[in-house]
Design a protein around this ligand. Structure first.
Ligand SMILES: [Zn+2]
Length: 412
């Protein structure tokens, strides 16, 4: 246990916050610090073919130790942390034998991690939790995933009696800003399928995520002195308001769950002359997703029609762009890759929690790039903030799941 704690701490104490406003890869130079450290460590534990490319994508190989043909599988995680909350100067605290009560993260600042608010904590009574000191995030997302993959590889190297095929490991930068898969060389990785170790609580196994698009609708107006405006002024802000009002009322993130899709207004910027509305569109179902995009276009067209004469042309334009798609389309035809992970968990006494992701993962992009890639729990909770924590026992279980998947794949 100490080994896994030490390894995890050696990662989270390196600041790797990514930056959406940067055009480089990795988006921040500091991500190289951990990337270089990981390359050395992968070599040190005995991994082969350890490479890091110009964009800091790391790959490594654990060679097969069986004679027969076994599909090459991969495990993937990301080493950046979200820009939503600071990841600098992380000072992890270790709570042994958690008693089920409040955990004071920071006495001075009166920051408490309480099971009264975060009920999930109670299932880890008696376990060892790693928390923050209340001033930073922890970075279990996804340094827990990296810890688990490295530890599992080390374990397999030290236990050659466990039979497995060739295993590829991939660590990426910039997942938190949606670019983790962008420069991932799927051909070079050369795996038939892979798993991202990037889920939350123990048992999570995910192979469905949203179809996602972003839309920007621009409304034009005509500014005239308000005292002389009758029949002349067109206030683009009010037209934008009509647009938003025409969207289905209950279909917003705060009123939907499970497989329910939504429209989510994320930006509104207006003057009389010009207003832009930015929204994101999400739905697990591809047909419903297409309907949602069409509805945005239809509302825009209706507004255009009603102002055609007065404005003398199109008063509104909608730009709709797809962001990512549901990996289910790519995973379902190779469903055995989910079945193996499910079987691995069950054999280890872990109850699989299979549910649709209300978001996207690197795995969804990778799946469309030719590498089907479900997501497995990494063990952490309350990602992207100061209340983030991870039970060490969950990390240990994730290590066992990786080892078991390798074993089961070789038996198939
Ligand atoms: Zn993550």
């Amino acid at each position: 246990m100490q080994h896994i704690i030490d390894r995890f701490i050696s990662y989270v104490t390196v600041d790797t916050e990514s930056d959406p406003n940067s055009d480089t890869t990795p988006s921040t130079a500091k991500q190289w610090d951990l990337a270089n450290q990981l390359v050395e460590e992968l070599k040190a534990i005995g991994m082969e073919d350890v490479t890091i490319d110009d964009n800091a994508y790391i790959m490594a190989t654990l060679p097969s130790n069986v004679d027969h043909e076994v599909p090459v599988i991969g495990f993937v995680s990301h080493f950046d942390t979200t820009p939503d909350f600071t990841g600098a100067n992380v000072k992890p605290q270790i709570v042994h034998n958690y008693d089920g009560g409040d955990i004071v993260l920071n006495k001075e600042l009166d920051i408490v991690l309480s099971p009264g608010y975060f009920k999930d904590m109670l299932q880890y009574k008696g376990q060892t939790l790693i928390t923050t000191d209340g001033t930073t995030l922890l970075g279990a997302d996804d340094k827990a995933g990296i810890t688990e993959i490295v530890t599992a590889m080390e374990y397999l190297i030290q236990h050659p009696e466990i039979k497995h095929g060739k295993i590829r490991v991939g660590f990426t930068p910039d997942e938190e800003i949606g670019r983790g898969a962008h420069k991932f060389d799927v051909a070079k990785f050369g795996a038939e399928w892979a798993y991202t170790m990037d889920g939350s609580q123990i048992g999570e196994l995910e192979y469905e995520n949203f179809n996602a698009a972003g839309a920007k609708i621009t409304f034009k107006g005509k500014s005239v002195h308000p005292g002389y405006a009758k029949g002349k002024m067109i206030n683009s802000m009010l037209i934008a308001n009509d647009f938003i009002s025409a969207l289905p009322k209950g279909e917003v993130p705060e009123k939907t769950t499970g497989y329910e899709g939504f429209f989510h207004v994320v930006g509104l910027n207006g003057s009389i002359e010009e207003t832009t509305v930015q929204l994101i569109i999400r739905d697990h179902d591809r047909a419903k997703f297409e309907d949602r995009k069409q509805l945005v276009q239809k509302i825009t067209d209706n507004i255009n029609n009603s102002f055609k004469e007065q404005f003398g042309g199109d008063i509104a334009t909608a730009e709709i762009k797809d962001s990512y798609f549901n990996m289910k389309e790519k995973v379902e035809p190779v469903m055995h890759i989910v079945d193996i992970a499910e079987k691995a968990m069950k054999e280890l006494g872990i109850e699989p929690i299979i549910k649709p992701i209300r978001g996207g993962t690197d795995g969804s992009q990778l799946s469309y790039m030719g590498l089907p890639c479900p997501n497995i729990f990494a063990g952490g909770h309350n990602f992207h903030g100061k209340y983030e924590y991870v039970p060490v026992e969950s990390m240990q279980k994730a290590v066992e799941v990786i080892v078991k998947i390798a074993e089961l794949t070789a038996q198939k």
